[in-house]
Design a binder for this molecule. Sequence first.
Ligand code: IVH
Length: 444
Amino acid sequence: MEKRAEELRNLLNKYNHEYYVLDKPTVPDAEYDRLLHALIDIETTYPELQTLDSPTVRVGGAVSEKFEKVTHRVPMLSLGNAFNMDDLKAFDERVRSSLSPGEEVEYVVEFKIDGLAISLRYEKGVFVQGATRGDGIEGEDTTENCRTIKSIPLKLHEPLDIEVRGEVFMPTKSFLALNEQRLKEGEDAFANPRNAAAGSIRQLDPKEVAKRNLDVFIYALGEHNLSLESHKMALYTFHKQGFKINPETRIFKNIMDVETFIEQTIQKRNDLPYDIDGMVIKVNSLSQQEKIGFTSKVPKWAIAFKFPAEEVVTRLVDVEITVGRTGQLTPTAILEPVSVAGTTVSRATLHNEEIIKEKGIKIGDHVVIRKAGDIIPEVVRPIIERRTGEEFDFVLPSHCPECESELYQPEGEVAIRCSNQASCPAQIREGLVHFVSRDAVDLK
Ligand code: IVH
């Protein structure tokens, strides 16, 4: 029976790898299910035959009360940023100045996946620990949740002791489906796939995580004892051991070609099945990496090129005033619906009256919209050249739009408030909403 269990495990792990990592299934789903159930039957009768690399653990084990802390044996560093081509050229010059004059450099250019960094540890080739990055020194143990991610191998092709790092993300399709379902069930939608991935990996019930369709790309080594010459070889090793690596990675010998590749990627960015927020440029040779070294916080041999926030133009149809829990009046821009960075935007906060004046926005204006930090839509500026003369200034009402009470401006504040704390319907309603919310008594 032990032999049969092992046979089934190996077969199922192989089919899983073909399906989720290589995207080339070789057996029908029904055959996979049949073998999986055969293995479940064996493990139910003989629980002692269940192993850490059994695909039956992918459905999600016991619910945790909280995540234990994990100290990273090799710190999980972040990257310095480049925002334009000049920053990139300066990076190239810094790299070259650390090497011998005229020494050749190869750059590996990868997509910067917009998810969250994860560390995966294997002992003798068996997956034993998954941890979030946390502050880079200490993360959270999310092993059980990682086991449910089908593109994370439970067993490597060789019995290596190795820690690898990569990005957990939620493919766009899964993100849209998840949000649709959440809205149907009266839950809040996630703002973007990154938040959805981060929220999912921090679920305490792995069975819930298993339903979330998370995916992963591996892009870095953590603790290891392999002797490798280049980052390219590391990526090849990941692939050979059964990890999923990003197929779009390219190698260039000069920074001009890196720039061209970045420009091409920006063009096709919105057609990808997952979100990227930039590109990562890494010196390929590991001995050169060592020569170039680190600052106190980040490697000097790599840099993250951040894409500019996507900006689009739409029309400001109206400004709506909402009265909050504390009586504060907040103007919200009502926009002609427009798609920005993957979602449709029809409202954007204008914060307060001062900001509308400062930006010189009129109702009826064509305005530039962008997502701050790619999440919260904001009105950047009006397009003065497109004015027709029919635009008009926004005027704050003289009384509360909900209860007609007088407004007041507390000294030293920009905010305008409704004075009717006791019975303004908006203040009562918003107070109640806050009372039951997650930040307060958290009623379901
Ligand atoms: S390399 C020491 N490669 O971006 C180098 N990071 O801004 C460690 N990221 O914390 C990181 N895609 O979460 C690397 N292909 C990629 C990446 C990538 C996304 C994230 C990662 C990192 C952050 C830095």
